[in-house]
Design a binder for this molecule. Structure first.
Ligand code: CU
Length: 563
């Protein structure tokens, strides 16, 4: 029986863990004391004011160049070298480390290219573990549209393109924006290089992708009756560590022979690419579109005193608003929320990141402060006077029949040793594909968590309905079926259930592309495996844990949609 070990986190914390004497990690690691960075000195970057809204290079066509820039992320820090998506503007409009947004129309496809203009090999502030990469210390990029319903070769996934794209090369993709799979929603695109996703995203390769339609116009007023214009605010929350010279600090392992660490947790919070910013609002209704863009940190966001209603998640708007008090978001999860500041005129309101409630589990050290919201006393535009009772979106309810149920185990092997690895179904990413849904059919995928922590499981291509979570005896299941690499796939854990299936949370009302698989439970999601119009079988994608350290080593598997 494999021992379930809680992954270490001390070494990931600031100040602990000396750098190994590896060629690309020779810089001594010493973090800037986060406490020395005075909070709430700079305004939150917004689209058109610190976040560049991408300019097309032709009709429905964008050409990005991945390039290195430097930005001051806090007044007390020297400029930080970051990797960015340049739309051709030169990024003079990018204020922080998160600075690009594509605004597209649901139903209108886009042709997009990404040209690698970054160094050929990794700089020393991005510590590669060459055991996990196809081509050593080479910078191999690949952009994935997270939430995209696209062909396999436009997906940006390492099952189709294991080596990614090297310096000087261009990745060209076609984003269908097809309905109903890609409704008005907030997606994001980010790098997905094999074995280096955690580093490429830390470096800055992540951007917003906002889809509009005839209801969700982004303007105010709009047919839905929700805030728009300056009253709609994207919030991309990311935790980071920094060196005193302003460079990003990504720690290396203190295990001899290893570079990779189990999870990256920052001691500094950034929103839209600025450290602990402030946001000035009017005392009225707002729409916040929140993305957890952290590598590994699960967020539990709270705005004390403000009333909130969630209106959508990863897969777009719901059929009706749902009152919420907190936003519990694992990496890659999104929440579309209405926030009422009307009773808070003149107040300074923090956005806080609170303790994570059970059964969600994470080894992250606390990081409580996120940003400050300064509520003014005057309203320049009144906006909606009430919360809509209905929305032009969907509750997730995938009609059957369910043709196949797949049982997928989440295993952690040899924790805190040089061979530390996480896997799905007891096998590596490189093993032949085992998940082969037939096109147009509905499948249930059951994530069986045999580790001590929550894993946000993300599926490319499809959005899914969360069916429920069933408590079970993980130790007994593991004792019955476990081997040296964990429990293999496709063994039904139902005989080990210790109670009935719990229904999804109210915040899991709509379609999702990422689900929290909590320890002690098996989590069932249901999806229809369609392909975009004109795309023929077979098409290959990946599914993986969206804790980027886990994805890189090796909690990711291919799946192929077959005829
Ligand atoms: Cu994970």
């Amino acid at each position: 029986m494999t021992t379930v070990t809680r992954r270490r986190f001390l070494q990931n914390s600031v100040g602990a863990g000396a750098a190994l004497a590896l060629p690309w990690a020779v810089r001594p690691q010493s973090a800037i004391a986060a406490g020395k960075l005075t909070k709430y000195l700079e305004p939150l970057p917004l689209p058109g004011a610190g976040i560049v809204v991408a300019t097309p290079t032709g009709p429905n066509q964008y050409s990005f160049i991945q390039t290195e820039i430097a930005r001051q992320l806090h007044p007390h820090l020297p400029p930080t070298p970051i990797w960015a998506y340049d739309d051709g503007s030169g990024l003079t409009g990018q204020a922080g480390s998160f600075g690009m947004a594509v605004v597209a129309q649901s139903g209108t496809p886009l042709e997009v290219s990404f040209t690698h203009n970054l160094p050929t090999t990794y700089p020393d502030w991005l510590p590669v573990d060459t055991r996990e990469t196809p081509l050593g210390n080479q910078v191999r990029l690949m952009t994935h549209l997270h939430g995209g319903f696209v062909a396999g070769d436009s997906d940006g996934n390492p099952a189709v393109t294991p080596d990614g794209f090297g310096a000087g090369e261009t990745q060209t993709v076609y984003y269908t924006n097809q309905q109903p799979q890609m409704p008005a929603s907030m997606l994001w695109f980010h790098d997905h290089g094999l074995g280096t996703t955690r580093l490429n995203v830390i470096a800055g390769l992540a951007a917003a992708y906002i889809l509009r339609d005839e209801f969700d116009t982004g303007a105010e007023p709009n047919p839905i009756g929700i805030p728009g214009g300056p009253y709609e605010v994207p919030l991309v929350v990311q935790d980071r560590q920094f060196n005193p010279d302003g460079t990003l600090l990504y720690p290396t392992s203190d295990i001899p022979g290893a570079v990779w660490i189990g999870e990256y947790f920052g001691d500094v919070m950034l929103v839209n690419g600025k450290i602990w910013p402030f946001l000035e609002v009017e005392p009225r209704l707002y729409r916040f579109r929140v993305l957890n863009g952290c590598n590994a940190r699960i967020l539990n966001l709270d705005i004390p005193g403000a009333r909130m209603w969630q209106i959508g998640a990863e897969g777009g708007l719901w059929d009706k608003p749902v009152p919420v008090t907190r936003l519990l978001l694992a990496p890659a999860e999104r929440a579309d929320v209405l926030v009422d500041f009307s009773r808070l005129a003149g107040a300074m309101v923090p956005m806080k990141n609170l303790k994570i409630p059970k059964p969600v589990s994470t080894p992250a050290p606390p990081l409580t402060q996120v940003m400050q919201i300064r509520v003014g006393t005057t309203i320049s535009q009144a906006g909606p006077s009430s919360i809509p009772t209905t929305l032009p979106g969907r509750a997730a309810n995938v009609p059957g029949p369910v043709t196949t149920t797949r049982y997928i185990t989440l295993n952690e092997i040899a924790a805190e040793t040089v061979n530390w690895v996480l896997n799905l179904n007891g096998i590596d990413f490189e093993e032949p594909t085992t998940e082969t849904p037939r096109v147009g059919t509905v499948e249930d995928w059951v994530y069986i968590n045999l580790t001590g922590d929550t894993h946000p499981m993300h599926t490319h291509l499809v959005t899914f309905q969360v069916v429920g979570r069933t408590p079970f005896n993980a130790d007994a299941y593991q004792a019955a079926y476990g081997g040296p690499n964990g429990v293999p796939g496709n063994i039904d854990p139902t005989p080990f259930a210790t109670g009935p299936m719990l229904p999804p949370e109210p915040t899991e009302r709509g379609f999702k592309d990422t689900v929290k698989a909590n320890p002690g439970y098996f989590t069932t999601v249901r999806a229809k495996y369609d392909l975009p119009q004109g795309v023929t079988t077979p098409q290959t994608y990946v599914y993986h844990c969206h804790i980027l350290e886990h994805e890189d080593n090796d909690m990711m598997r291919p799946f192929t949609v077959m005829a």
